[in-house]
Design a protein around this ligand. Structure first.
Ligand code: BDR
Ligand code: CA
Length: 315
């Protein structure tokens, strides 16, 4: 049986991803990491969301800093708390005493060949686990990453937030040999919640959906004012789709290299989508073997319908 851990930094879309994964998959744990806010905030948000939703899932607090980069924050998009807009009650529960990285390693060992990490935040926890435990890469079934992009970035013109925040970690993960789905910005920006959807959550939803609607209202207004979008991308939910609704995203087996040095391109996921069929390419750099199934197209509206239906099911 396939089991899942979500490695996340809630974060508006992370919170929705937790709620979606808990309904559609065997979610055995949540690890948190800095990213959209401090790890203290992202952990508190994960605990509060679980309590509000009545989910009894262990939450393990992960790393507070990238491997070697200087930490940046997603405050501009997610606000000071990481989930501004929501009135989340302070959680009564606490994270488990085991650190997030140790939890990932222990669960990968316990569920050898069955554990998928759904990684929707900077990849620091996952990379550290892979580096610390040599068995990890053969124990994991796969990693599904919301991160990177086949072309456009958000933090910089070329880099997406999760890979830009800790490029060294992203490189370790992409080079690990673990089967990877990369669901990047090139598709996730097409999967968004609009004003009408928020109204529906408020009108038809229970307590949880109404609170999420408040959070998403804040997040949508930031997306409008910063990026000029009309929808609030549900980036992180998309990392579940390779396992829950396989026909809603199209993939291409691709070589992905993470740029760690470029002056303008640090954190970029360089995706070889040239479609070369031969290694006889003369002076051209030949294609290296693929290391990821990269998302190249998406049925965004269908995913949003699923997300709304899922949120509306919660009491
Ligand atoms: C990613 O960055 C975060 O702000 C979101 O939660 C998502 O994981 C999108 O670039
Ligand atoms: Ca995230």
């Amino acid at each position: 049986m396939t089991v899942f851990i979500i490695d996340c930094d809630p974060g508006h879309d992370d919170a929705v991803a937790i709620l979606f994964g808990a309904r559609h998959c065997q979610l055995i744990g949540i690890t948190t990491v800095y990213g959209n806010s401090t790890v203290a905030n992202t952990t508190r948000n994960a605990l509060s969301i679980c309590e509000l939703a009545g989910l009894d899932i262990p939450v393990a607090m992960g790393l507070a800093e990238p491997l070697s980069a200087t930490r940046i924050s997603g405050e501009m998009v997610h606000g000071k708390t990481g989930m501004d807009g929501a009135e989340l009650p302070p959680p009564r529960s606490k994270p488990i005493p085991q650190p997030g990285v140790d939890f990932l390693i222990e669960q990968a060992d316990r569920h050898r060949g069955e554990l998928v990490i759904v990684a929707v935040a900077p990849l620091s926890n996952v990379a550290t686990a892979l580096e610390r435990e040599p068995g990890m890469k053969s124990w994991l079934k796969a990693i599904s990453i919301m991160g990177g992009s086949t072309h456009i970035g958000n933090v910089t013109p070329s880099a997406e937030f999760n890979t830009f925040t800790d490029p060294e970690a992203a490189e370790i993960v992409f080079e690990s040999g673990v089967p990877i789905h990369m669901v990047g910005l090139n598709v996730t920006t097409k999967v968004g919640i609009g004003r009408g959807d928020i109204k529906r959550l408020r009108g038809e939803g229970g307590k949880l959906a109404r609170e999420i609607a408040n959070a998403l209202h804040f997040y949508l207004e930031r997306q409008i004012s910063i990026y000029g979008r009309t929808i609030a991308p549900m980036h992180d939910v998309c990392a579940w789709i390779p396992y829950t609704h396989t026909n809603l995203i199209d993939y291409q087996a691709t070589r992905v290299s993470v740029e760690t040095r470029g002056r303008y391109t640090r954190g970029m996921t360089v995706c070889d989508l040239r479609g070369l069929v031969t290694r006889e390419t003369g002076s051209m750099a030949a294609a290296e073997p693929a290391n990821a199934e990269v998302a190249i197209d998406v049925r965004g509206e269908a995913i949003i319908e699923l997300v709304l239906d899922t949120l509306l099911e919660y009491p």
